[in-house]
Design a protein around this ligand. Structure first.
Ligand code: SF4
Length: 386
C-alpha cells in the first residue's frame, strides 16, 4: 500500500538503525521523548527500542487522548447519562476509562445510562436530530486533531437551530503540555527526566503545522523532529535528533513532509478559533492543572456548552492509589515500574487510563509482549477494591 509499505521496510529500518548506532557518541546518553501516543504504539509494535543502541533511549510522553483525561471529567459525563438522563455519545476508547466508584462509561451503560459509542462528532449531531425530545451530549475529547470536527458540529447545530444538542468539551492542546513538561521540576530541577529532544506528533502537526514548536527549540534549546507513524518515520526522526544533538543544534525539523507543512491546516484553525477559546486552566491526568492547555466553547455558542447548560461543577478526583499513570505520563516511570502492570491491570481489566487505548504506554507495552517477565503480585492485587 502506497505510503505504508515503503515505510515498513525491514532492511531499510536496520540500515537507519545502524546509522544511529554509528553516529551516536558512545560517551554520552541520548533521551528523546515521543510526545504522541501514536508514536508510543509504533515504537512498541515494531520493536524500535530493540533496534536502538543502549545509549539512545525513548521516554513516553502524555500525548494519548484518553490517558490524560482525569477521572473528574469522566465522572461529569457519567453524571449526564445517569442523573440528567441525557444520551451521552463519545468515541470508543473513552467508554472504558476507569472513573470514580469503580465505574466507567461502559459500566454506567450497564446500569441503565443511555451511552452510545460514535465514530464521529457528526454521528452525535445526527442522533440529536433523530431524538428531538431527548438531550444529546457529545463528550468531546482529544488533541488538535479531533477539535475541528467538534467545532464544525457546534457551528452546524447553531445553523440548524438544534435545541437538544450540547458538547462536554475536553479538548486539550499539545504545545501547552510540552511547555509544562519542560518546566516541570523533574526536567528542570532534579534532572530525573533528561530530555534531549522531542519527536513531534504526526496528526496534530497536520492541523497546527510545524511552526508552533519553534518556541521549544529557541526558548528551551530542545530539538524537535515531527515524524509520521510508520517505523521508518520514527527511526529517521531519531537519527535526525541524534544529529542535532551532536551538532549542538536545536531546531524544528520535519520528517513527515508528506503531510505536515509549516502552518498546517489554516481553514481548520480558523474554524476552531471561531468556536473555542482558551481555558485559563485544565486538569490533566498525571500533569495536574496546566494553564491555558485546553479549550472551552465561546459565549457565542454557549447554548451548546454542556457545562453551562447543565450547571456542571468540576471536581478533581485522585487516581487509584496503585496506579502509576501519572508518573508514566510525566515520563518519570515506565509501565513495567507499576506493580500491577500485566497482572492485575490488563487491557481487559484496565485499572488506569494508560491501559485502555492502544496509544496508552501500558497497553502498548502489554500488547506487544513487554510483560512476560512480570510476576503476579498478590500484595498489589489485595490492595485493590473488591
Ligand atoms: S499498569 Fe495499569 S495501573 Fe499501572 S500505571 Fe499502567 S494503567 Fe496505571
Amino acid at each position: 500500500m502506497k505510503h505504508i509499505d515503503e515505510f515498513r521496510d525491514g532492511a531499510l529500518a536496520r540500515q537507519i538503525a545502524e546509522r544511529i548506532a554509528a553516529e551516536a557518541d558512545p560517551a554520552r546518553r541520548y533521551s528523546f521523548m515521543e510526545f504522541c501516543g501514536g508514536h508510543t504504539h509504533a515504537i512498541s509494535r515494531y520493536g524500535v527500542l530493540e533496534l536502538l543502541p543502549e545509549n539512545v533511549r525513548m521516554i513516553h510522553g502524555p500525548g494519548c487522548p484518553v490517558c490524560v483525561l482525569p477521572i473528574g471529567r469522566i465522572d461529569l459525563a457519567i453524571g449526564l447519562a445517569l442523573q440528567q438522563r441525557a444520551i451521552l455519545c463519545t468515541y470508543g476508547d473513552t467508554m472504558r476509562v476507569p472513573a470514580s466508584e469503580q465505574l466507567s462509561l461502559l459500566k454506567a451503560k450497564a446500569r441503565g445510562g443511555d451511552i452510545r459509542m460514535v465514530y464521529s462528532a457528526a454521528d452525535a449531531l445526527q442522533l440529536a436530530q433523530q431524538n428531538p425530545d431527548r438531550e444529546v451530549v457529545f463528550f468531546a475529547i482529544g488533541f488538535e486533531t479531533t477539535t475541528p470536527p467538534t467545532a464544525l458540529v457546534i457551528r452546524d447545530a447553531q445553523r440548524l437551530g438544534l435545541r437538544n444538542f450540547s458538547v462536554l468539551c475536553c479538548h486539550v492542546l499539545t504545545p501547552s503540555a510540552i511547555t509544562h513538561i519542560l518546566q516541570s521540576p523533574e526536567v528542570r530541577q532534579y534532572g530525573t527526566v533528561p530530555i534531549d529532544g522531542f519527536i513531534g506528533p504526526a496528526h496534530v502537526s497536520i492541523v497546527i503545522g510545524s511552526a508552533p514548536y519553534a518556541h521549544f527549540a529557541e526558548e528551551y534549546r530542545k530539538p524537535v523532529v515531527i515524524a509520521g507513524f510508520e517505523p521508518l518515520d520514527v527511526l529517521q526522526a531519531i537519527l535526525m535528533l541524534v544529529r542535532q544533538v551532536n551538532q549542538g543544534r536545536a531546531e524544528v525539523e520535519n520528517e513527515f513532509t508528506r503531510a505536515v507543512t509549516a502552518h498546517g491546516n489554516q481553514a481548520a484553525q480558523a474554524l476552531v478559533a471561531q468556536v473555542f477559546e482558551l481555558r485559563p486552566s485544565f486538569e490533566w491526568r498525571g500533569l495536574g492543572e496546566v494553564p491555558y492547555s485546553a479549550l472551552k466553547i465561546r459565549p457565542a455558542y454557549a447554548e451548546f456548552d454542556a457545562e453551562r447548560r447543565f450547571g456542571l461543577d468540576y471536581r478533581s478526583v485522585p487516581d487509584h492509589k496503585a496506579c502509576e499513570c501519572g508518573a508514566i505520563l510525566r515520563g518519570v516511570k515506565k509501565p513495567t515500574d507499576c506493580k500491577i502492570f500485566g497482572n492485575v491491570c490488563t487491557p481487559e481489566n484496565p485499572i488506569g487510563s494508560c491501559m485502555v487505548s492502544s496509544e496508552g504506554a501500558c497497553a502498548a507495552h502489554y500488547t506487544y509482549g513487554r510483560f512476560r517477565d512480570i510476576p503476579l503480585v498478590p500484595a498489589a492485587a489485595e490492595a485493590l477494591p473488591a
